[in-house]
Design a protein around this ligand. Structure first.
Ligand SMILES: [Zn+2]
Length: 253
């Protein structure tokens, strides 16, 4: 049994039996790991705030090869991220990001994904209530880019012809991005992407900020992101955190 010592973030946590918790950790060195925190519910002292969602720190994990569930020896928290739990918009946004990271298919040897998630949580945690949505949308597309799924925006996703920057385009999830006029006219199931929305996704995937979104624009971006996410998952399994994020923010506003 090997001991893995690596920086980790708690993306998901639930009770297990009467005394323990199971966490899903995003680790810097070994992708996503499911770990059993034995006795975590019986003794608060043993793991302390390490059982909280979005907490970040150094984890010591006993790893047995070919097991789905590993054993957490300790998680020494360096960032508690209580700011994400203090506001419903921040909490639902961070939960959506966690769901995206846990469900999107990718090669797990990826330090830069860990850094992208840290940056995203930091931005959401620092955002004013009316800017949480922008921060979450930007972070989600940045993470998608790091995962290797950047959509085509300036060349046609189907025939690779260049596309005029300032124009509204058809966006096809199955083709993987924007379509030229000819391919767009032949495509079914694509939706119109205004040039400002394309500018925003271009900025986000490149790691930049986009201009502030109006409410209707943010809603359209949430829908587009959900469809993109769903297309890449290839299943109809419900995106629960995403749904709460997409619906919740509006009723609270
Ligand atoms: Zn084309």
């Amino acid at each position: 049994m090997a001991l893995l010592v690596t920086e980790s973030i708690v993306l998901h946590a639930f009770d297990y039996l009467e005394t323990s918790r199971i966490l899903r950790l995003l680790t810097r060195d070994a992708g996503v790991q499911s770990v059993l925190a034995r006795g975590a519910r019986r003794s608060q002292r043993r793991f302390g705030s390490a059982m909280d969602l979005f907490a970040q720190g150094i984890a010591e994990i006993h790893v047995r090869p070919n097991r789905e569930l590993q054993t957490l020896a300790s998680l020494d928290v360096t960032r508690g991220r209580s700011e994400l739990g203090a506001d419903v918009g921040r909490f639902t946004a961070a939960s959506m990001i966690s769901e995206l990271v846990l469900r999107f298919p990718y090669d797990e040897e990826a330090t830069h994904i860990f850094d992208a998630v840290v940056e995203c949580f930091d931005r959401i945690g620092a955002a004013e209530p009316d800017q949480t949505l922008d921060a979450a949308l930007g972070g989600a597309w940045r993470i998608i880019a790091h995962l290797g799924f950047t959509p085509a925006l300036d060349v046609c996703a189907n025939c690779h012809a260049p596309i005029n920057r300032g124009a509204a385009v058809s966006f096809s999830h199955s083709a993987g991005g924007a379509l030229c006029v000819r391919c767009g006219s032949l495509s079914t199931g694509s939706r119109v992407l205004p040039s400002k929305a394309r500018d925003a996704i271009r900025a986000w995937t490149a790691g930049n900020d986009a201009s502030r979104l109006a409410t209707t624009e943010a809603r359209a971006h949430q829908r587009l992101l959900r469809e993109f996410f769903q297309e890449h998952l290839g299943t109809d399994r419900e995106l629960r955190a995403f749904r709460v994020w997409e619906q919740g923010g509006w009723s609270a506003a």
